[in-house]
Design a binder for this molecule. Structure first.
Ligand code: NAD
Length: 373
């Protein structure tokens, strides 16, 4: 049974299509600020509870980014890697057909795990409305992932946080966990601004070079050899990225990178969460008590959803970069200024997001003891 509270979910939809074997879920958590927005994931293990939790996270992320979207998420139970292309297409067509009563009026789809732009193409073509999803291929008016909107947002969040704590970005040392879409662009923009990249990791290990890592050379080595560990320097286990003596740490790969027991190993004074849930809220609190500033994921990595909104309104690449910069900078500043010794930046961000949803919500019923705003 999916947990619910005064915010939502508003609708939980389970759909089947026996002929194709399609079985999936859509959870529309909240439409207080607009149609529920969130990606579709296609994994063998996806279940209603997982989808509901992710839908709730989208409610807060969209509210905090001040987008006219509510929160939603969808999941199709299927092993994408084992399906033939024809069978996969059949399943997506069946899923899109089944969601037509609510999409695009109450739900706008997007890519997520094992559901990339070509899968989005099938979903949108079946639905018939270009507003059915964002993350579309470029020839359908999509703003491609390769533009690096999320990494660009993480970069701006880092600039604002560094300024807030009086850290000069030029010459500041930083390390990035993961050199994929988010980590790569965050590293690129930060090095271009004069920060010194000294550590970077991927699934093969952690590379440390205290003399500084040249971004262009690193990018070339990653593309040619498949791993950042082939760049000259010391190779450590990938988890050691959290122990490096740096000013700034940017998690941009796996969940739960830092656990409560790691807190004393962290040397960075600023952590900007590029990945989703790189640590739980309790670990953030422990770091906060040690005066380590942590900019939470749904604030720092909202560049992707902001880019989705620009695509939804048929905007251009240029407009996307401008809006990501404006929104991420403003919201990072707002939550850092609203946080205090007793209140972590995540708590401050949650209060702001909840207030924004409550202000527009006609059906929310909130237990103020549970949510002391
Ligand atoms: P990606 O698949 O492009 O890159 C992931 C990178 O992580 C790869 O370089 C991989 O080698 C590395 N990696 C895997 N295991 C690792 C490990 N144990 N240690 C270090 N590195 C490891 O993924 P991405 O799109 O960059 O997403 C990264 C994170 O950011 C995910 O948590 C994702 O949910 C989140 N996120 C992404 C976006 C986006 O727009 N791409 C938006 C919001 C949040």
């Amino acid at each position: 049974m999916v947990e619910f509270d005064g915010f939502g979910p508003e609708k939980i939809i389970e759909v089947y299509h026996p002929k194709s074997g399609m079985h999936g879920y859509l959870v529309i958590d909240s439409t207080a600020l607009g149609p529920g927005k969130g990606g579709i994931r296609m994994t063998p293990s996806v279940n209603m509870n997982e989808v509901a939790k992710l839908a709730r996270a989208m409610t807060w992320k969209n509210a905090l980014a001040e987008l006219p979207f509510g929160g939603a998420k969808a999941g199709i139970i299927a092993d994408s890697k084992k399906l033939s292309p024809e069978h996969k297409k059949e399943i997506i067509i069946a899923f899109s057909d089944a969601l037509r009563p609510v999409c695009p009026d109450l739900y706008v789809a997007a890519p997520d795990m094992y559901f990339a732009e070509e899968e989005v193409r099938v979903f949108v073509e079946t639905n018939g409305s270009m507003k059915a999803a964002t993350g579309k291929p470029k020839d359908m008016g999509g703003l491609p992932h390769e533009l690096g909107s999320t990494g660009f947002g993480v970069f701006h969040s880092t600039l604002v946080a560094a300024e807030h704590m009086g850290l000069e970005i030029k010459g500041a040392t930083f390390a990035v966990e993961g050199f994929g879409n988010v980590g790569e662009f965050a590293a690129k923009f930060l090095t271009e601004r004069g920060a010194k990249l000294v550590g970077v990791s991927d699934s093969k290990g952690c590379l440390y070079n205290e003399d500084g890592i040249n971004y262009a050379k690193l990018d070339e080595i990653k593309k040619n050899t498949g791993s950042v560990v082939n760049y000259p320097g010391k190779v450590l286990p990938n988890k050691d990225i959290i122990k490096l003596d740096v000013d700034i740490l940017i998690p941009a790969a796996i969940p739960n990178l830092i656990i409560a027991g790691d807190v004393d190993d962290v040397k960075a004074g600023l952590i900007v969460e590029g990945s989703n849930i790189p640590m739980d809220a309790q670990t953030e609190t422990l770091l906060h008590r040690k005066n380590i500033m942590v900019v939470p994921d749904f604030v720092a990595n909202a560049g992707g959803v902001i880019s989705s909104y620009v695509e939804y309104t048929n905007g251009t690449e240029k407009e996307m970069f401008k809006l990501v910069e404006e929104k991420i900078s403003r919201n990072t500043k707002l939550i850092l200024e609203s946080s205090s010794k007793e209140k972590t930046p995540r708590d401050a961000a949650m209060e702001i997001a909840m207030e924004r949803v409550l202000k527009e919500c006609r059906i929310c019923k909130i237990d103020y003891e549970m949510f002391p705003i």
